[in-house]
Ligand binder design. Structure first.
Ligand code: ADP
Ligand code: MG
Length: 290
């Protein structure tokens, strides 16, 4: 009778927008001790808008935005869409780019007019010891804005700040999970200050920021080593190793193909409340079996 109950649950879950790809993961959902969430695109909508452009050296605002947008046309990251849309709104003509490369978890690079242009994370800028307006950076980050840096031939051209929207449903889900005694954790490649800001909005217990994709998986491994059952919820290419490592990998439906192919369960509606629904369904399904 057991497989039948699972089959019934599987079709029930599909109606609710939960696609179960791996039953072992689904079964573990009822015994979770911790749930890890990616930030961008998972706890937030991943719909960025440009809020500030701060030029450096002899660059103008529109150079900074135009160069960044030219390169970002080749990227699928949510930051890219925000920058490209902003350049389009300002009717900037975007230059041709060659030798596009993505630097995993850190940013992107390409050639424009024979010059090397990068759009990169604060971590990349710090690692390369580039000088920037720390005060302004701190202020923008403390407002929850994601700041990226535009470099031309390894020289700073400016900062671009972008704001994302926190999902109301993320707040609701995290509050219910905490009531159920489940520890909530955020793992993000973004800057610590932005991560802290979003975590506070959502009510997340613990935050790990500036984490590269392989480190996301390592963090999951560490949590498992405590003897805990852990779920990872994410949407990006950078979340795939962590989704694969967790007891239960949950992909947000609006995410990348790689995330969805790696996950045990897909949330079709991109609604974090469906993590709670998934746990409920797992409990109901496997209670019936005993
Ligand atoms: P998250 O965990 O928030 O989804 P990622 O690992 O995808 O973050 O990216 C980490 C950081 O690398 C971003 O916050 C950003 O600073 C930088 N980055 C990644 N991709 C891009 C891009 N296309 N353009 C600019 N910056 C990027
Ligand atoms: Mg993400």
């Amino acid at each position: 009778a057991a497989p039948l109950v699972v089959a019934v649950s599987t079709s029930l879950s599909a109606k609710k927008g939960l696609l179960i790809r791996n039953r072992t993961g689904f079964e573990d959902a009822r015994n979770l001790n911790a749930i890890v969430f990616d930030k961008t695109g998972t706890l937030t909508k991943g719909e960025f808008g440009v809020t500030n452009i701060v030029p450096s050296n002899d660059f103008k605002k529109e150079d900074v935005l135009g160069l960044a947008a030219a390169i970002e046309q080749n990227s699928e990251h949510p930051i890219a869409a925000g920058i490209v849309n902003s350049a389009k709104e300002q009717k900037l003509t975007l230059k041709r780019v060659s030798d596009f490369e993505s630097i995993t978890g850190k940013g992107i690079q390409g050639q424009v007019d024979g010059q090397k242009v990068n759009v990169v994370s604060p971590r990349y800028v710090n690692d390369n010891k580039l000088v920037y307006d720390q005060h302004q950076f701190n202020e923008l980050s403390a407002e929850g804005k994601t700041v990226v840096f535009v470099l031309v031939n390894d020289r700073l051209a400016g900062m671009v700040a972008l704001a994302d929207i926190v999902r109301e449903t993320a707040k609701e889900a995290v509050s219910v999970l905490k009531e159920q005694g489940i520890h909530t954790i955020m793992l993000t490649g973004d800057n610590q200050k932005v991560a802290d800001w979003v975590a506070k909005q959502v009510g997340i217990d613990e935050v790990y920021a500036e984490v590269l994709p392989d480190d996301k998986a390592n963090q999951i491994k560490k949590i498992k080593e405590k003897g805990w059952k852990v779920a990872m919820t994410g949407d990006g290419v950078n979340d795939a190793p962590a989704l694969a490592t967790a007891n239960l990998g949950i992909a947000i439906g609006a995410g990348t193909d790689i995330a969805m192919e790696t996950a045990d369960v897909i949330l079709v509606r991109s609604n974090p409340n469906d993590v709670v629904a998934l746990i409920d369904l797992s409990k109901k399904t496997y209670r019936k079996m005993i």
